[in-house]
Design a protein around this ligand. Structure first.
Ligand SMILES: Cc1ncc(C[n+]2csc(CCOP(=O)(O)OP(=O)(O)O)c2C)c(N)n1
Length: 118
């Protein structure tokens, strides 16, 4: 693992015991989620989601809100980078109104701004 992957793996290691086994993780196309695909131990089926097939930025927050409201999922987190969340940042307002018990984490590693500037 690279140094960054080790750091991300530590985050997942801290998160795992504080999340119920059936908690859902909605991941965006972001480095910490890529690491989570092999570093986050998921014991219950259909609890780990990320846009791996098309690698689209932005679906984590809308998917989390949809699961919370539509499927009444109990514990759920959305994990998105600072670039990915900007695709759906207005969804935060909807979350506040309709799904305020969900949690989200946005990692700002400045990589998007750097790549868009180059
Ligand atoms: C809709 C869409 N636009 C552009 C991309 C290309 N893309 C993939 S990852 C990425 C950067 C994501 O940055 P951030 O959310 O900050 O996550 P990081 O990987 O830096 O942790 C970009 C622009 C994409 N996958 N989907």
């Amino acid at each position: 693992m690279t140094g960054l992957e080790r750091l991300h793996a530590r985050v997942w290691k801290i998160l795992r015991p504080v999340l119920p086994a059936d908690a859902i993780v909605m991941g965006d196309a972001t480095q910490i989620v890529y690491t989570g695909t092999f570093a986050m131990p998921m014991e219950v089926e259909r609890c780990w989601y990320y846009s791996g097939n098309y690698c689209a930025l932005g679906p984590a927050m809308p998917m989390a809100i949809g699961a919370k409201i539509g499927a009444h999922i109990g514990r759920l987190i959305a994990v998105a980078g600072d670039g990915g969340i900007m695709f759906t940042v207005s969804e935060l307002q909807r979350r506040q109104r309709n799904a305020s018990r969900s949690r989200s984490s946005f990692g700002n590693n400045d990589a998007c701004r750097r790549s868009w500037r180059e």
